[in-house]
Ligand binder design. Sequence first.
Ligand code: S3P
Length: 164
Amino acid sequence: MAVILVGFMGAGKTTVGRELARKMQCTHRDLDDLIVEAAGQSIPEIFAARGDAGFRQLEHDTLVKALDDIEILSTGGGTPMQPANFDLLKAKKTPVVLLEANADTILKRIGRDANRPLVQELGTDGLVALQQKRDPRYHELADLVITTDQLLPAQIATQIMTWL
Ligand code: S3P
């Protein structure tokens, strides 16, 4: 059984993906990690060297390869925003789980994260605006939506397994 996790930065996609894989005894891939491996550079280095467009191209190419053979895949917060990626995720018959968190939780989790270039670039107001802008797109993809603010990763993973 495969699952694709989507949602904004800080929603818990990576942590929950790992936990879910542990419980289901299957493999987990994080798209950002695959991008870092492919580029041989960290996420901030990729943004600095190639810009947003360069990162998005790499993200798309990496997604195409990853979708070939996945069990659990945690995407990046911006992944579904590129129409080509959205179409790929929609066309795939794999269930998509949206993890949500309110803006306060998101800011608490990632507000100072130096590994997320958009956090530095946009600041608090910009991040909240971006989350609102992206939200409808995430919902269009989602087969299951989980609000994560009050839940532990293990509880979220259990909810997903119960639903599957
Ligand atoms: C991004 C989210 C990040 C990473 C990159 C861009 C975005 O992934 O792909 O910094 O556009 O929201 P996480 O959602 O895992 O933080």
